[in-house]
Design a protein around this ligand. Structure first.
Ligand code: SAM
Length: 277
C-alpha cells in the first residue's frame, strides 16, 4: 500500500468498516484526486500538490461526516451510465437496475412510458436509452430532483420529458401510457431507526419515507391513477419495500389489475410487483 492510501485508511478508520476502506481509498485517489492508476496500484509514493492536499482534507472531512461518496464525487453509476447526483436527489440503487432490466426485457417495442417519482431520472433515462421506440415522460414533485434529472437527460443524450407533478394533486384521465414504472418512497417511520447515518443524514426525506406511515400510500394512489392513465393491457411496474409484496399484490388485484406478480431481487427479497391493466 502506498503512503497516500495508508493515510486515507488511518484517517477513516473507525468511521467505516475495514472492508470498505480499500475501495474508498481507490475512489478518493483515482476519481477525486486524479492520481494515475498505474502509480496507485504500483504502490509507489505519490506526491500531491498543495491544492490537492487541501482537497484531500476536505474530502476526508466530508467522509467522516458520513456524506455518501456519490455526493462527494457528484455522480453515481446506474445501468452502465453515469448520473449526476447531489444532496436533494436520491442516489440510484442497484436493486432499481433490476426493475429497469425487467421493463426492457418485457417491453421491447413499447411506445409510451411514464416514470413516477423520477428523482435523478435514472429509470426514465436508462429506459429511453434502451427502448428507442419509446417516448418517455417522467414526473416528480421535487424541483431539485427535476433540475438534476434534466441535466442527466442532456448529458446522456436522451429526450425524456419531465413534469413537475404531485401525484396527490388532481390528475387528468388520459389513457396515455403503455407502461407505468415507479420506485416511490417506501420506507416506514418504524424502519428509520435501522438506517445508516449516510442515508438518514444526507438523502432527501421526501424520496425515502412514507410520511403518514401507511406503507402502501404511494402504491395505492399510483395504481388508481394507472386505471385511467394506462391503455387497456398496459403494464404497471413497481419497486417495493421487501416487507409488503403480498399486500401490494392484493391491493392491485382488488383494484382490478390482472396478472399480478411479485418478483424477487438477486438477494431473494420481494422487490418488484408487476401487473396488467
Ligand atoms: C424513492 S425516490 C426514487 C427516485 C428514482 N426514481 C430512483 O429510483 O432512484 C422517490 C421519488 O418520488 C418523489 N416524490 C415524493 N413524493 C411525490 C409526490 N407526491 N408526487 C410526485 N413525486 C413524489 C421524490 O421526490 C423522489 O424523487
Amino acid at each position: 500500500m502506498n503512503r497516500l492510501s495508508l493515510y486515507i485508511h488511518q484517517s477513516l478508520e473507525g468511521f467505516y468498516p475495514l472492508s470498505e476502506l480499500q475501495s474508498l481509498a481507490k475512489i478518493v485517489c483515482l476519481d477525486l484526486l486524479g492520481v494515475d492508476a498505474i502509480d496507485f496500484y504500483s504502490g509507489k509514493d505519490i506526491d500531491l500538490s498543495e491544492k490537492k492536499e487541501k482537497d484531500l482534507e476536505t474530502i476526508l472531512e466530508r467522509l467522516r461526516d458520513n456524506e455518501p461518496i456519490q455526493y462527494i464525487r457528484g455522480n453515481a453509476d446506474f445501468f452502465g451510465l453515469k448520473f449526476n447526483v447531489a444532496p436533494g436527489v436520491l442516489i440510484p440503487r442497484p436493486e432499481t437496475e433490476e426493475l429497469v432490466d425487467l421493463v426492457i426485457k418485457e417491453n421491447p417495442s413499447v411506445k409510451r412510458i411514464l416514470d413516477i417519482g423520477t428523482g435523478s431520472g435514472c429509470i426514465a433515462i436508462a429506459l429511453a436509452k434502451h427502448l428507442p421506440l419509446a417516448t418517455v415522460s417522467a414526473w416528480d414533485i421535487s424541483d431539485k430532483a427535476l433540475a438534476i434529472a434534466e441535466q442527466n437527460n442532456a448529458w446522456l443524450g436522451t429526450s425524456v420529458v419531465f413534469f413537475r407533478k404531485d401525484i396527490f394533486s388532481e390528475i387528468l384521465n388520459e389513457n396515455n401510457y403503455d407502461v407505468i414504472v415507479s420506485n416511490p418512497p417506501y420506507i416506514t417511520i418504524a424502519e428509520k431507526k435501522e438506517m445508516d447515518a449516510n442515508v438518514l443524514n444526507w438523502e432527501p426525506e421526501l424520496a425515502l419515507f412514507v410520511g403518514n406511515d401507511d406503507p402502501l400510500w404511494f402504491y395505492r394512489r399510483i395504481a388508481s391513477l394507472g386505471l385511467n392513465l394506462l391503455s387497456f393491457g398496459g403494464r404497471l411496474y413497481f419497486e417495493i419495500n421487501q416487507a409488503y409484496g403480498i399486500e401490494t399484490s392484493l391491493m392491485l388485484t382488488a383494484l382490478g389489475y390482472r396478472d399480478v406478480c411479485v418478483i424477487k431481487d438477486l438477494f431473494g427479497k420481494d422487490r418488484i410487483v408487476k401487473a396488467s391493466r
